[in-house]
Design a protein around this ligand. Structure first.
Ligand code: UDP
Length: 238
């Protein structure tokens, strides 16, 4: 089967690594995700991964609990590094070569983010895991995905969701009348106020013409299907 996207940025939320509890790191869950990623890697697709940290800590929640927002966001960014290391270990145990690059330097555990080096790793068939978000507070890992995808000239952002198979007019878990969109533009998402990514991530993707595919990653084989161009989620373009 043909490959539609040659270089992808896969956005994994922290919850994707957490299992049912939604918190912490769950190695069996990470293994499932890693196996799927390996299947796509075996096709020869260049894969960069942006990992979230919502399973550890969210800056906004920290702020509500009384920690200064910027400080709380740095805690969140460090959470993404823990996820990245767990994912790296699991992928490598499956024989997939990887590099973690962090937006906040911590040379003992990972490389610092260097764009040209990241591209070189991809060309050599290594999966690059981007950790610590953008390195700046007040941003999200969705925005990181849009930024890194632009920087490395990725063909698409693959946004893996837990249990939801695309973008709906309302939350399908709460509203039975919610309808699924097959295609949308980034501007549609902003105008309709759809909760897909935060608005900074949407505008960055729009301005830099980065397509986005939102799909359910809880079904085995779905990442591969999306990369091969099967229409199983919602595609956002333009
Ligand atoms: N974060 C940040 N700057 C970034 C990326 C992330 O400050 O560029 C912080 C922010 O506090 C966020 C947390 O890291 O709440 C975890 O990331 P995110 O919420 O995007 O994770 P996800 O929802 O994808 O699991």
């Amino acid at each position: 089967m043909a490959i539609k996207y040659k270089r992808v940025v896969l956005k994994l939320s922290g919850e994707a690594l957490a299992g049912d509890a939604g918190k912490g790191i769950n190695p069996p869950e990470i293994r499932k995700v890693a196996e799927e990623i390996k299947d796509v890697h075996d096709l020869g697709v260049e894969i960069a991964i942006v990992v979230g940290g919502g399973n550890m800590w969210r800056g906004v929640t920290g702020e509500q609990l009384g920690i200064e927002r910027a400080q709380a966001d740095y805690i969140g960014m460090l959470g993404t590094v823990m996820n990245a290391l767990a994912l790296q270990d699991t992928l490598e145990s499956l024989g997939v070569p990887t590099r973690v690059q962090t937006a906040i330097e911590m040379r003992q555990v990972a490389e610092p983010y260097i764009r040209r080096k990241a591209v070189r790793h991809l060309e050599k068939g290594r999966i690059v895991i981007f950790a610590a978000g953008t390195g700046s507070p007040y941003f999200s890992t969705d925005t990181t995905a849009a930024l890194r995808a632009s920087e490395i000239n990725a063909d698409v952002i693959l946004m893996a969701k837990n249990g939801v198979d695309g973008i709906y007019s309302a939350d399908p878990k709460k509203d039975a009348s919610a309808i699924k969109f097959e295609t949308l533009t980034h501007l549609d998402i902003i105008n309709k106020g759809l909760h897909v990514m935060d608005s900074t991530a949407s505008t960055l993707s729009m301005d830099n013409d980065i397509p986005l595919v939102v799909f359910n990653m809880n079904k085995r084989g779905n990442i591969k299907k999306v990369v091969q161009g099967e229409n199983i989620g919602t595609t956002v373009e333009g």
